[in-house]
Design a protein. Structure first.
Length: 276
């Protein structure tokens, strides 16, 4: 099989490394132009990786630039991976590889289509989430599912710990996918639309705690938007309190607390800033 890969973030790099760990290799890597990439949070340079593995590297401002699809066609790519890429690829890119284009999404599709899958899994109090490998189409995370891996969530799971689990699971899933593709054993399944849910994107202001709500919901929100996110927060007595870690407590707790109708939240790690 001849594989191509489009990415510009660490997660994509980890998945590319997993391909080589599986004994396969890449024929083509596509990433952002350096000046464009410098404006993207969390981006990585892939020059050294491509030099090490002697693989062609093509850079672009947008994935739908004509030279991108031309490069995929020139290299006779069988399967194209697009992972960790925010731009939406058009048909000219999705359909140019011989067998199609594959992506990954960190939920157990069809649950959790859309954005912010790590925070939402915690906010919703899920006991498990996962990673799905699926065939990209023009919909939002709607394509045929090729393989999935479940990720159990601990009761105290936070954004940082879940990110670590997702990264590990995606590399594991990539190794599994390469084995299936190389042996023509990938059995694609249509998603069950009756079980589909859509999770919207989140903004920093969505981290505001609601003191009229549940302490359970507040504690989940703190865990969901802690580092690397901007954090949960509340404005109190002219101070903005940004909360990184908190737990439900009783009257014996000696530190600073927030009171909710059904209990108290004890602040473990937080920063305070004067309100502007």
């Amino acid at each position: 099989m001849r594989y191509g890969f489009i990415t510009c973030v660490e997660l994509g790099l980890s998945c590319m490394e997993a391909i080589y760990e599986s004994g396969s290799n890449l024929e083509l890597v596509i990433t952002l132009n350096d000046d464009k990439a410098s404006q993207k949070s969390g981006r990585v340079y892939l020059d050294e990786f491509c030099k090490k593995h002697k693989v062609d590297l093509v850079k672009c401002d947008h994935v739908n630039d004509p030279h991108v699809s031309n490069a995929i066609l020139k290299e006779n790519i069988d399967w194209l991976f697009i992972i960790g890429w925010s731009q939406i690829a058009g048909d000219a890119v999705l359909e140019v590889a011989k067998y199609g284009t594959l992506g990954m999404h960190p939920t157990l599709l069809p649950e959790g289509r859309g954005r912010a899958p790590v925070p939402w899994a915690i906010i919703k109090g899920l006991q498990k989430t996962g990673v799905s490998l699926f065939k990209l189409d023009t919909g939002v995370d709607t394509g045929l599912i090729g393989a999935q891996i479940e990720i159990p969530l601990d009761p105290a799971e936070d954004a940082a710990s879940l990110y670590g689990k997702v990264n590990h699971a995606q590399s594991q899933l990539m190794r599994k996918a390469i084995h299936l593709l190389e042996n023509n054993e990938m059995a694609f399944q249509v998603q069950d639309e009756s079980k589909a849910t859509f999770w919207p994107g989140r903004k920093p202001e969505d981290g505001r705690l609601d003191l009229s709500g549940s302490v359970i919901d507040a504690e989940r929100l703190v865990r969901a938007v802690t580092h690397p996110y901007p954090g949960a927060f509340i404005h109190k007595d002219g101070i903005k309190i940004v909360i990184w870690k908190a737990v439900a407590v009783d009257d014996s707790f000696k530190g600073q607390t927030l009171t909710f109708p059904d209990g108290m939240l004890g602040l473990i790690d937080f920063d305070e800033y004067p309100d502007n």
